[in-house]
Write a protein of this length. Structure first.
Length: 380
């Protein structure tokens, strides 16, 4: 289960930020080794206070663990022929890292593995970066041949995910008095990305839009709605419109009731508990909004846990190695490692290729024997 992760303690904050700002697959800076570390260390005291305000660390590992445990229990019941199922967490910028997950898998005797992104919508900077790091970790640990892999690289339109997300929107709307409910504007907020990533042709904005469209359709949403992006950091241009700026603009035109829905996040962490619940809620109140609310995160919502299990079960049943989109690189991609696959890939496709290779080898042997027979006959 791959995700960006979050610092579990206050002492983890600065190392987390350093790893984030040094990652060229997320953000590209001039003289990155120097400037990235400088930005991270400068931001660390402020970010440390933010984590202190939400309990002293990120709950993302706790929620991912709860989701993994519940998913595996469901999978054991749904697919006893592939049981027991186990989950392993691989975070990008804090423990447990991909190396830790791979070593634990080896120790447990795992042979068949699924790289399951916990980002519902694809981006080269999120899922792509996590997969690239996973394959590098396999090489670092000498475990390139240890597991047979397949990849779940996106699931933002999966019916179970869409239904669970729709339920959070409905729960959020229930927080308003019935007389005000029709006046609520629903803002679907996703994590932003540097525009340099988007300009290369990254599918992220389209996938966010697809998820939102499915959720709106599922609810039959009558309220006005929009999509915005949050969590911009660093001295580069980011995908907009900015959630923060839009809140100010809506307040300026008299909007009082605003429900923010974290469409790209599957659990509570710093972006929901601090940025939305504290920073943006305060901003909204200061600008005159009296009805600012945030829809609940998916966390351990049973409907979402069912969806996670169904996503994996459907993937295993299909025999597909990855989605049809996975191997299609962005038109402007400059990362040679992007969309890579492991050396051992489990799939109906690879089985078909192996069968085709075997048939071709057999046909070649038959042709060679016939040629030898023909030559023998001619010599006689």
């Amino acid at each position: 289960m791959m995700n960006l992760g979050g610092p579990a303690t206050l002492d983890d904050v600065e190392p987390f930020l350093v790893r984030l700002f040094l990652d060229k697959e997320i953000i590209q800076l001039p003289f990155q080794e120097v400037l990235g570390k400088f930005i991270a260390t400068r931001r660390a005291p402020k970010v440390r206070k933010l984590y202190e305000a939400i309990g002293g660390g990120s709950p993302i590992l706790r929620w991912t663990t709860a989701q993994g445990e519940a998913m595996c229990r469901r999978l054991d019941e749904m697919s006893p022929e592939t049981a027991p199922h186990r989950f392993y967490v691989a975070f990008r910028y804090t423990q447990p890292f991909a190396d830790d997950a791979l070593r634990a898998m080896q120790a447990d005797g795992v042979e068949r593995a699924v790289a399951f992104t916990q980002y519902p919508q694809w981006s080269c900077s999120t899922t792509g970066s996590s997969l690239n790091d996973l394959w590098r970790a396999a090489k670092r640990t000498g475990l390139e041949e240890a597991f047979t892999w397949s990849i779940i690289d996106r699931w933002g339109e999966h019916p179970g995910f869409v239904s669970a997300m729709a339920s959070t929107v409905e729960d959020g709307l229930e927080a308003y008095p019935e007389a005000e409910r029709d006046d609520v504007l629903v803002m679907f907020s996703a994590h932003s990305l540097p525009l340099s990533v988007i300009d290369r042709g990254d599918a992220y904005p389209a996938e966010i839009a697809a998820s939102v469209s499915r959720v709106v359709e599922t609810i039959g949403l009558k309220n006005p709605w929009m999509v915005t992006y949050q969590s911009e950091v660093g001295p580069v241009r980011w995908l907009g419109p900015s959630t923060e700026t839009v809140i100010e603009q809506l307040a300026a035109r008299g909007q009082k009731n605003l429900l923010v829905v974290p469409i790209a996040f599957t659990s509570d962490h710093i972006e929901t508990l601090s940025e939305l619940d504290i920073e943006y809620a305060t901003l909204a109140r200061e600008h005159g909004m009296t009805g600012f609310h945030r829809a609940p995160a998916l966390n351990a919502r049973p409907e979402f846990l069912d969806a996670l299990a169904d996503i994996v079960h459907a993937h295993l049943t299909s025999g597909a190695p990855y989605s049809t989109q996975y191997r299609t690189r962005c038109p402007g991609c400059v990362n040679a490692a992007c969309r890579g696959v492991p050396s051992r890939l489990a799939s109906a496709e690879s089985a078909a290729c192996a069968a085709a290779d075997a048939e071709a080898a057999e046909a070649a042997e038959v042709a060679e024997r016939e040629m030898q027979n023909s030559m023998t006959s001619s010599a006689a």
